[in-house]
Design a binder for this molecule. Sequence first.
Ligand SMILES: Cc1ncc(COP(=O)(O)O)c(C=O)c1O
Length: 371
Amino acid sequence: MIYFDHNATTRCDERVVEAMAPYMGALYGNPSSLYKLGRFARTAIDTAREQLAALLDAPAERIVFTSGGTEANALALANARGKCLTISAIEHPSVFENAAAYRASYRDLRTGAVDSNGQISVDSLLDLDWQPGDFLSLMLANNETGAVQPVAEAVNRLSGFGVNVHTDAVQALGKMPLSFRQLGVTLLTVSSHKIYGPKGCGALVVAEGFNLSALQRGGDQEHGWRAGTENVAAIVGFGKAAELAKAEMEVRSAKLAKLRQRLEQRLKTIPGLVIFAETAERLPNTVQFGVAGLNGEMLLMQLDQHNIAVSSGSACSAASGEISPVLAAMGIAPDLAKSAIRVSLGKDNTETEIDRFVEVLIASLGIHQEI
Ligand SMILES: Cc1ncc(COP(=O)(O)O)c(C=O)c1O
């Protein structure tokens, strides 16, 4: 099978599975227990926190493990209650749906527009009224187009207003250099299963001095920020995946950039094909494209028959069959947006797979040409 949907999820690295195994077996202790078995689990969580902190360049003690990116985003946005929250028009549903759910608790909820390259302009954010303690939630890289957002610039230019910036870095993690300290954000969301770790595990990083209030209560785990017995095996797996991502990031990114260049060169020979956010700074693994008049979902199913897995947008909007809100926000015509296919490459993909994909794509489009 050719798997080109790494922005949806990744296969657990074998080395991650190996690291997790003891914690689903013999080392089953509750990390809150004081005897040895509990202390082993506690130490394993501490190690994972250090591993993630090293990848993120963040203080380990300011990392709270959650059940995934969705929960981390919900926790971040719950902390904007009582303030004005501004989000971009291309946020993941776990940001905009939680923001919508808490709408009544915010002083105001605003949505910032993006340009045709799927990027927000910081100048447009500066035109808005801000009060100290207000929140901006701006993703670091978009899950559909891969477009990188000017988060560091937003932090710098809004700092004078005392704005708290939250960034959803789920897609950026492991694919581009990322330093929590250098970004200067207040809150940062990450998820394990996008970096070859297990599903159901994520984290929120909380800046020093920010007084996070918990969303779920009932125990003092995770500094009281997230009650509930920890998912030890998954946290261990996330830590290991983070360690591997840090060690291998340069090699992985260089390989991905080369593969994507090969893919884009070939895609551009297809008449009428448009690459979305083409000239924006993008994640090295992501290409989203369309050909007006085509049905992206039908094409996806045709590719599936050839054992090729891609997405027609984000996994979430693919299921509902609606036009991607991200492409709509970029002003892409509905006819073109409906044809969207997202290819998101991973560390184990090969040139042969790229060539096979393009061959099948061209045949599926009914185009007869030499490539
Ligand atoms: C940008 C972004 N944020 C958040 C999430 C949600 O993360 P999780 O699947 O860990 O809940 C995703 C997952 O697709 C994502 O792409």
